[in-house]
Design a protein around this ligand. Structure first.
Ligand code: PLP
Length: 492
């Protein structure tokens, strides 16, 4: 039973109770990590499973932490998909680490709400510093650093990042061409671009028919063709429309395609468009000199985004966004209500991150990124990335050795796109075969992989990137896939 104060009141932040209970929680989490391989990676529960096993309403009286732990073990963990399992190879990784975890703890402990500089100067200034560090590590142009007109900001997700820059770009062009031109504004990206862009367009009032998702194909590995872009822009201009925003991706969600930034930037620039680069997943790899060339051309971008919460050991959520013109963001997103006025803000001496994002309130997220950079250091972080890429190469090699399978697109980072070949040389049959293989493998709970569709083909995705994954996990995963493929092929 939780202690209550002698007068019957709660003591929700008693330091000694915190120490005692937080130690138990850390033990619980450490034990979870120790036994994480015992759980089915993909939760095997049915929809609505929790409704029948939890009470209908909250308790009137305090319950014990022990009882809650018991419920977590018995009722919650079965409904958890274990993203931190070394056998998690689905989607893209969402890294946890001790450093990221400690940063989260500290952030929860301080529990500040850092919307304006004055609400916690350290939160704003640490965020500026840490994003400058990360920008330098990625060799982003100086224009993205906080010393000039630009700077970095931590958003919750890549979706919020693309939304805020789209709003900034929209308002910038409308200031130029007149606010009644909204219906003429056109956005460009490839058909491989994350659906976050489409959502940003929906929220930003861009007409759905003015969102050009340009066709890609296997001949250029699903990258956006500058020629196709140029033609689309010319066609739209001749129809009286106004191209204003280009989103390129480095490491697309389906297959890690890399759009040719330099060539695309030239087109965007010559048409007065905002150029955004989404490197949500692959940005992390670009801290290694040998992968940095994938973002060559970012010098010409107006904004750049990478998710430190994907593959950079920073617990969710932490999406780093840099812009060259912070004023553009502020002009779109700032409000100045009386109750938030203060000397530093009024004197324009400080950054108020509330004006760079959608919500007002914001967490002290920079702490965890700072902890990751300091507790691990650049060399270790580079090794971490290289290790995953080597593990993906290992998997790619295993697939290539089995003539029943093919690697579908070139592996660039730590994702392998592959499929089981149909003996009937029939696309529908091949698609069903791979769909069935995915289903059966994931339902076993030993590994979790995901899929995509490229050029009408159902493709399996094997994304390495969980912090606990070692070569033995990759080899064992491949064995599971091979065995289930044999069973499937044998039953035909
Ligand atoms: N962009 C790319 C390339 C992605 O792969 C993803 C997610 O996997 C996103 C954007 C969306 O990320 P978020 O969940 O941070 O909005």
């Amino acid at each position: 039973m939780w202690d209550e104060h002698r007068d019957g009141g709660l003591r929700p932040m008693d330091a000694e109770q915190l120490r005692e209970h937080a130690h138990k929680m850390v033990d619980f989490i450490a034990d979870y990590y120790k036994s994480i391989e015992n759980f089915p990676v993909l939760s095997q529960v049915e929809p609505g499973y929790l409704r029948g096993i939890l009470p209908d309403s909250a308790p009137n009286h305090p319950e014990s932490l022990e009882d809650i732990f018991n419920d977590v073990r018995a009722k919650i963990l079965p409904g958890v998909t274990h993203w931190q399992s070394p056998n998690f190879f689905a989607y893209y990784p969402s890294n946890s680490s001790i450093a990221g975890f400690l940063g989260e703890m500290l952030s929860a402990g301080l529990n500040i709400v850092g919307f304006s500089w004055i609400t916690s100067p350290a939160a704003t200034e640490l965020e500026m510093t840490v994003l400058d560090w990360l920008a330098k590590l990625l060799k982003l142009p100086d224009d993205f650093l906080s010393a000039g007109e630009g700077g970095g900001v931590i958003q919750g997700t890549a979706s919020e990042a693309v939304l805020v820059v789209l709003l900034a770009a929209r308002d910038k062009i409308l200031r130029r061409v007149g606010k009644n031109a909204l219906e003429k504004l056109v956005v460009y990206a490839s058909d491989q671009t994350h659906s976050a862009l489409q959502k940003a367009c929906q929220i930003g009032g861009i007409h759905p028919e003015n969102c050009r998702l340009l066709k890609t194909d296997s001949s250029i590995n699903y990258a956006l063709s500058p020629d196709v872009l140029g033609e689309a822009i010319a066609h739209d201009i001749s129809n009286g429309l106004i191209p204003f925003f280009l989103c390129a991706t480095v490491g697309t969600t389906s297959s890690t395609a890399v759009d040719p930034l330099l060539l695309l930037a030239k087109i965007a620039k010559s048409n007065g468009m905002w150029f955004h680069v989404d490197a949500a997943y692959a940005g992390s790899a670009c801290i290694c000199p040998e992968y940095r060339h994938h973002i060559d051309g970012v010098e010409e971008a107006d904004s750049f985004n990478m998710n430190a919460h994907k593959w950079f050991l920073t617990n969710f959520d932490c999406s780093a966004l840099w812009v060259k013109d912070r004023n553009a963001l502020v002009q779109s997103l700032s409000t100045n209500p009386e109750f938030l006025k203060n000397k530093a803000s009024q004197a324009n001496m400080v950054v108020d991150y509330k004006d760079w994002q959608i919500p007002l309130g914001r967490r002290f997220r920079s702490l965890k990124l700072w902890m990751v950079l300091r507790l691990y250091g650049i060399e270790n972080l580079q090794c971490y990335i290289r290790n995953h890429i080597n593990l993906a190469k290992h998997f790619e090699g295993l697939v290539a050795q089995d003539p029943r399978f093919e690697v579908v697109t070139p592996r660039i980072f730590s994702l392998v796109c592959f499929r089981l070949l149909s003996s009937q040389n029939n696309e529908d049959h091949g698609n069903k075969l791979n769909h069935d293989l995915l289903d059966v493998v994931n339902s076993m709970g030993k590994i979790f992989i995901s899929h995509t569709v490229l050029s009408g083909k159902y493709i399996l995705r094997f994304a390495v990137g969980a912090p606990l994954t070692e070569e033995r996990h990759v080899t064992a995963a491949w064995k599971v896939l091979q065995e289930e493929a044999s069973t499937l092929l044998g039953s035909l």
